[in-house]
Design a protein around this ligand. Structure first.
Ligand code: SF4
Length: 346
């Protein structure tokens, strides 16, 4: 079996971090233009998206997933762009669901979920994360810049619950001056539903979103805002390296998460690798370059040979961008040609 026999002994990077999480971007396309990820000014009508023939096939994605599983990956998340815009994604899910001991998840903007939730569950998907940045229609449309209404995403979330996808997590990116007034309504709405909202600090991903530190609402501010009305207490992480810091409602009605890449960087426990839809391996969300793996797949290399290439890349990994960002004064950060988040998934 491909991947079987690939030894993962002690595959650690330069900071002693193993590779545990693989995020595969199945497409760089999306039907939204979220201002913090794919602003229209850059990703407008003339933007050149990747051509279909340059994308990894589902068979190639499955093969790489098996190889990474052999190297120690236990969690695989499908992302995009928007993964559900790629056709027949259920076929990929079915293939990946066949890899033993792999925790398979998917992140979506929820726009196509009403129709896709059941087929995804039938194909073997167990859990899902849905992005929703506000319950206020005007604010949400300002964030997604695609005139897409809230009620359709909420209907998608209900369809995911009806299809038995569990847990369901909700990701909300908070940008000051745009949607911080939506934080409490989101917390109230999902409190007691078992669906966990993760509030994400606005990040300087890529080069297109015009990021400024002033636009960041820190996790500390977010927690304080919610705690003032819905008292919270901190909870231990589910596992080492968990991205979100957990807080539960003191009345026992559930929990929230905060993802604090800017104010409390977590590079020290980062075990995430990212694969773009054209088969380039990125070792950090803020990387400036990736490593081509597609060429090896398409030139007859064996799984062990591909695994050896990946080992070589991972062993050289020393990424800790968020820590570096924090140590620089605002504005002192060198302008880096970072890869766009829509190209490698969040
Ligand atoms: S900045 Fe890079 S190294 Fe740090 S947590 Fe994010 S992806 Fe990992």
């Amino acid at each position: 079996m491909p991947g079987a026999g690939i030894s993962s002994e002690a595959l650690l990077d330069k900071l002693g971090r193993p590779v545990r999480d693989l995020r595969i971007s199945v497409t760089d396309r999306c039907n939204f233009r979220c201002v913090y990820c794919m602003p229209k000014e850059v990703f407008g009508p003339g933007y050149q998206f990747l051509k279909m023939k340059s994308l990894l096939s589902y068979e190639e994605m499955e093969r790489l997933a098996r190889i990474f599983a052999g190297l120690g990956v236990t969690k695989l998340r499908l992302t995009g762009g928007e993964p559900l815009v790629r056709r027949h994604i259920e076929r990929l899910i079915r293939m990946l669901a066949g890899i033993p001991d792999l925790d398979l998840a998917l992140t979506t903007n929820g726009s196509l979920l009403t129709d896709k939730a059941q087929p995804l569950a039938d194909a073997g998907l167990k859990r899902i994360t849905i992005s929703l940045d506000s319950l206020d229609d005007d604010v949400f449309k300002a964030m997604n810049d695609a005139e897409f209404p809230v009620y359709k995403v909420l209907a998608g979330i209900d369809a995911a619950a009806a299809a038995g996808l569990d847990p369901i997590k909700i990701n909300m990116v908070v940008k000051r001056g745009l949607n911080e007034a939506s934080i409490l309504p989101m917390a109230r709405y999902f409190q007691g539903t078992g669906q966990v909202v993760r509030f994400i600090e606005y990040m300087d991903v890529g080069n297109a979103n015009g990021w400024r530190m002033d636009d960041v609402v820190t996790s500390a501010e977010i927690v304080a805002m919610i705690d003032a009305e819905l008292p919270l207490e901190p909870v231990e992480p589910n596992y080492p390296g968990e991205v979100a810091n957990r807080w539960r409602y003191r009345d026992g009605s559930g929990e929230i998460g905060v993802i604090s890449s800017v104010s409390q960087p977590f590079c020290g426990t980062c075990t995430r690798a990212r694969l773009s839809s054209e088969g380039r391996l990125y070792t950090c969300l803020f990387a400036t370059q990736g490593h081509d793996l597609r060429g090896y797949l398409r030139t007859g290399k064996t799984d062990e040979e591909v695994a050896e290439v990946i080992r070589g890349i991972w062993r050289q990994r020393a990424d800790r961008y968020s820590e570096i960002r924090s140590s620089h004064t605002v504005g002192g950060l060198p302008k880096l040609p970072k890869v766009e988040m829509s190209h490698i998934g969040g």
